[in-house]
Design a protein around this ligand. Structure first.
Ligand code: FES
Length: 120
């Protein structure tokens, strides 16, 4: 279960299994990488204040816009998800097709993520 939104992780896994169907694999032939960012995540700031999910939304939107403005716009996709089941450590993301996880992300990690996405 997602600790914040009472989301059934089994349903989330079924969702990922569904998108990894042949249709999705065909789609993945056109794009090289697909980053999913959880836009529900929050985290505790050093001041003790809990962040807003809007920070995750902004991180995802900024990454998506930068990819759209680059030569990678047809080969890299950035999508939002409601929960990845990794709610404890900050903003969570996963990059396919490798299945590379990013936990504890902060809005300031945008450049680092962009570097990882655009390499290769
Ligand atoms: S709220 Fe669960 S991973 Fe973001």
């Amino acid at each position: 279960m997602c600790l914040k939104y009472d989301i059934d992780i089994i349903q989330l896994r079924k969702y990922f299994q569904r998108i990894l169907t042949e249709e999705y694999l065909f789609f993945m032939n056109q794009i090289k990488k697909h980053l999913f960012i959880c836009t529900s995540c929050t985290y505790s700031k050093p001041s003790g204040v809990e962040s807003s999910p809007e920070e995750a939304v902004t991180l995802r939107r900024n990454l998506k816009n930068k990819i759209r403005e680059s030569e990678l716009k047809d080969s890299v996709k950035v999508s939002s998800v409601t929960c990845l089941g990794e709610c404890q450590s900050g903003i969570a993301g996963v990059l396919y097709p490798k299945g590379e996880w990013f936990l504890g992300l902060r809005p300031e990690d945008e450049s680092k993520l962009l570097d990882i996405i655009t390499k290769d």
